[in-house]
Design a protein around this ligand. Structure first.
Ligand code: S3P
Length: 166
């Protein structure tokens, strides 16, 4: 099986959906944020705080290059991978890129109260989501082979939809 790469905004369900998708397909699940946390032995929040965003982005790009070597995996990415065109180009080589599209309101419901995401920690998180979505949605769309609308759907439905579209 070709790898499946899940992309989408923070809180769009990439990790939850990826875990179940990999289980149903009987393949390995790799979560890029978790890999980076394991390598660095620091949380994403700590890496952003002490080393800065560019350092984290470099780790992300390097991990994507390593993932060019793997097969038969479901890979969940961090929401910012599409910020670098080189990442998009490599993700397309790694496998089928599935964009989990979520509306701003749904994203806010998922992430509100969660203080682990360094880019969504301002006073007006809904406004931050709106601004970042406007910047990033075109990039997710340009990277995607398959687009899944997640709003109002259960995790099971989304996973089954992905499987039928592969
Ligand atoms: C980020 C998304 C996060 C994590 C980091 C930066 C982003 O991953 O990589 O906080 O720029 O959108 P999730 O999409 O898994 O929350």
């Amino acid at each position: 099986m070709n790898n499946i790469v899940l992309i989408g905004f923070m809180g769009s369900g990439k990790t939850t959906i990826g875990t179940l998708l990999a289980e149903k397909l009987g393949v390995t699940f790799t979560d890029m944020d978790n890999e980076i946390v394991n390598i660095e032995q620091h949380s994403v929040k700590e890496i952003f705080e002490y080393q800065g965003e560019q350092y984290f982005r470099d780790l992300e790009s390097k991990l994507i290059v390593d993932l060019l070597q793997v097969n038969n995996q479901v890979i969940s990415t961090g929401g910012g991978v599409v910020l670098r065109q080189e990442n998009i180009d490599n993700l397309k080589k790694i496998g089928i890129v599935v964009f989990l599209h979520a509306e701003g309101d749904q994203i806010y419901e998922h992430i509100k109260g969660d203080r682990t995401r360094p880019l969504l920690n301002g006073d007006d998180v809904q406004e931050q989501i709106k601004t970042l979505l406007e910047q990033r949605d075109p990039k997710y769309l340009s990277a995607a082979n398959i687009i899944i609308q997640t709003t109002g759907k259960s995790i099971d439905n989304i996973v089954d939809e992905i499987i039928t579209l592969l």
